[in-house]
Design a binder for this molecule. Structure first.
Ligand code: PGA
Length: 245
């Protein structure tokens, strides 16, 4: 899978223009292609991409089902737009909006209950990497929000390993660092759910992945694609990354 994460970029008209470009360019991809857009784009972009190989993701959803939560957008609302995926646990949401493992656990459950497939982000910050604590951090993130799920529900999750020090910094993990962590993540999934589920789990790499380094990252056995921020905002770059998969 190659998934885009537009973050808080593009107004509605610009977003529709980008989605239209992608619709024309991504006609027969060799992998699953998803674009994550701001909430306000979802309905229009999902309609535009209906019947194409590109699926649409929200970048977040509420941790409550419905009701008096001014400004929030529920998983059910997201699903009603035609979006099929939901990015959850992004490090920017964990850091700036104080999303804890427990909150993310609720969001994952609501997404699944409403037929959305979570793209769940995990990853360590720079200080944790420097202290060689990346494995325990990622393990705790998986245990805190996902490992209570049944094997059937876990099968609907796509994982995205995004070392926080690599996001938007131009500092990419080396292919070796990525492979080491992806293999470790897969071993944790195997311990919890067995080898078959682990082999079937899609684990994306994210963090300054671009059209220049994608092929090298994706060549690793346990790297099943990418979650792309900055480079997903330019159709040619995003398409080159899809072609690298
Ligand atoms: P980046 O963002 O590709 O701009 O580093 C990736 C992400 O945050 O998902």
């Amino acid at each position: 899978m190659v998934a885009g994460n537009w973050k808080m970029n593009k107004n509605l008209q610009e977003g529709v223009a980008l989605a239209t470009e992608l619709k024309n360019m991504v006609t027969n991809p060799a992998c699953k292609v998803v674009i994550g857009t701001p909430f306000i784009h979802l309905a229009t972009v999902a309609e535009l991409l209906k019947g194409t190989p590109i699926e649409v993701a929200a970048e977040n959803c509420a941790d409550k089902e419905k009701g008096a939560f001014t400004g929030e957008v529920s998983a059910e609302m997201v699903r009603s737009t035609g979006a099929t995926y939901c990015i959850l646990g992004h490090s920017e949401r964990r850091a700036y909006y104080h999303e804890t493992a427990a909150i993310l656990k609720d969001k994952v459950e609501l997404a699944l209950q409403n037929g959305l497939k979570p793209i769940f982000c995990i990853g360590e910050v720079k200080e944790e990497r420097e202290a060689n604590r990346q494995n325990e951090v990622v393990k705790a993130q998986l245990e805190g929000s996902l490992f209570h799920l049944s094997a059937e529900d876990f099968g609907k999750i796509t994982l995205a390993y995004e070392p926080v020090w690599a996001i938007g910094t131009g500092l990419t993990a080396t292919p070796q660092q990525a492979e080491e962590m992806h293999a470790y993540i897969r071993s944790l999934v195997a311990e919890r759910y067995g080898k078959q589920v682990a082999d079937d789990t899609t684990i994306l790499y994210g963090g300054s992945c671009n059209e220049k380094n994608a092929a090298e990252l994706f060549a690793n056995e346990d790297v099943d694609g990418g979650l792309i921020g900055g480079a997903s905002l330019i159709a040619e770059k995003f398409c080159a990354i899809i072609a690298a998969r």
